[in-house]
Design a protein around this ligand. Sequence first.
Ligand SMILES: NC(=O)c1ccc[n+]([C@@H]2O[C@H](COP(=O)([O-])OP(=O)(O)OC[C@H]3O[C@@H](n4cnc5c(N)ncnc54)[C@H](O)[C@@H]3O)[C@@H](O)[C@H]2O)c1
Length: 431
Amino acid sequence: MLTSRRNFVAASAAVVTTQGLTQAVQVPDTLRLGLIGPGGMGGNHLRALVARKDVRVRWICEVDRDRLAQAAKVVGGAGPEPKTTRDMRNVFEDKEVDAVLIATPDHWHTPAAILALDAGKHVYVEKPCSHNIREGRLLVEAAKRSGKVLQVGTQSRSAPHLQEAIAKLKEGAIGEVLCAKAWNSQKRGSIGKTKPTAPPANLDFEMWQGPAPRGPYRTNMLPSIWRWWKAYGCGDIGNDGVHELDIALWGLGVTKHPDRIQGAGGKYFFDDDQQFADQMYCTYEWNPTGGPLKRKMLVFEQRDWSPYVQEGHENGNAWYGTKGMMTLGKGSGWTLFGERNKKVLERSGKVDIKPHHDNFFESIRGKAKPNASAEVGHLSAAIAHLGNISVGLGRTLEFDALAERFPKDKEADALLRRSYEPGHWAAPRDV
Ligand SMILES: NC(=O)c1ccc[n+]([C@@H]2O[C@H](COP(=O)([O-])OP(=O)(O)OC[C@H]3O[C@@H](n4cnc5c(N)ncnc54)[C@H](O)[C@@H]3O)[C@@H](O)[C@H]2O)c1
């Protein structure tokens, strides 16, 4: 079906130039979307999208037959039936698709996003936007080269109460902010120990693995717990942790990677197949040798076996300044303390996906810039990846933040990227 000219708003703008500005292009009144991966989080996106008048879900792409049918029903219940596929290339090839939303497991994020950007689609990709640091850099480059909008699924960036908190920090409400803290504490379940088995009949496991090297299916990979396997996920620091890390960086006001990472931790609690630490402490330092630039530090704590609160929040943030402190739980609110620990201001609020969707669609229409751009998403995902590398190796690492390399540590350097299934169509070029 060809879209009529009347469906376009001639003056709308949507192409992000290299300066981050927009230039005039035609955008349809109703944006046509492809949703890739309507699982747990993809299902949340889908319900929010079908409730909107300014978008239409044209494609559902899903490799699980049952989930595909279920998601198509959600769309069909609210409007025209979507097209369905197990192969995302069908979505990218469709000229009638303006944007895609990618909510697959992490190992697909950057490969799918790059393919979509190169096909001329605007992209909303779930966090962490990359599986490793090299992929994050390739994603930033692809977003720039395409001139399309890229939004990362760290929806806190569009929450008004959090935007106000960060504005306060930037105004100097607690003086100079030299240290930020982020923590992720909750009681996760064991994934047990399994042996390879045949994948379920409803799942196209070949397509699910995509560009990842071929490995066996195990019953404790799905649903959702692929995130504890290194070939597919990034552990909890790259899962829930990345939300708090992203907020911490935002308030700390740093716009480059840290120069030094010290991680400690491991599996303290779970005796199962999980391949990531369930307990970790990471400190990240900027300008650790001082000089004309300010030294800054971020401290991250993770306990996946202990749901006890800190500053009132299971998952939260704190910033320490020369004249006060702020504590924050993204789902409840924040408190600002001035000198002598005097409570100065309090706000409550929740994080919702809708304002982040609004910001994405407004950016496509040239009325806003993405609150969680490729650069922002890359920085936050990289913090998680750097933490995993340092904890995994059990040593302090000196990072060349501009070159994105560990110049003095070959073993660490090798962990900045991953290998791919040889010749796979979705493996990024120049990895
Ligand atoms: N922003 C948030 O607050 C938030 C919350 C939860 C999860 N997430 C992110 O969302 C993503 C999905 O997490 P989840 O918990 O929903 O996992 P999930 O396993 O429930 O969902 C992923 C879905 O993608 C499908 N899929 C896999 N490969 C595919 C392919 N090649 N093409 C199409 N579909 C494919 C799977 O079958 C599954 O249905 C993760 O990256 C996670 O970090 C974000």
